[in-house]
Design a protein around this ligand. Sequence first.
Ligand code: AMP
Length: 184
Amino acid sequence: MNIILFGPPGAGKGTQAAKLVDEYNLPHLSTGNIFRAAIKNETPVGLKAKSFIDAGELVPDQVVVEIVAEALEEDTYSNGCIFDGFPRTVFQAESLDKILNEKGTGKAQVIALTVPEEELVRRVLSRGEGRSDDTEESLKNRLKVYQKETAPVLAYYADRGQAKIIEGTGDVNDIFARIKSALS
Ligand code: AMP
């Protein structure tokens, strides 16, 4: 089973991904986490990604698709996974479809979390995870980039009947219950 947790920064993708990992015993694949680890370890990918991330821009598609394709080769992901923060462009969604098709692990079910923008800003600026991109300026750009580049990904999956929209406000466990009942 493949699940894509979709939504703007601060929608709760990471929080809900952790709960889904426990519930469905699937591995978590967060491109943001992969990049943060790469930056910390000063790998070539990390060096390439850092300036984009700090500015709240997307890391170029080729770089992202390559790291995801490489990760999905690992045995850990042979039964599917929980994608968090990927795909973020229609190009990435098309690339993922091809990869999943080849692997035969089934189409992805997309869970799109909706949260009003004031709440997103409040959550991100108060989450205190020490992320270099959780600044007011970077967040402003991330939200703009989300609308322009990432929101069309939801339409892409909705057109294919693969998307469910879930209200991402309220109690964390209530949101999780909504997600579970949306998954088939
Ligand atoms: P996240 O932890 O998912 O919020 O990602 C943090 C940052 O990493 C994003 O703002 C982007 O700069 C970069 N990033 C993560 N995932 C992707 C992706 N799928 N495509 C492009 N950039 C990404």
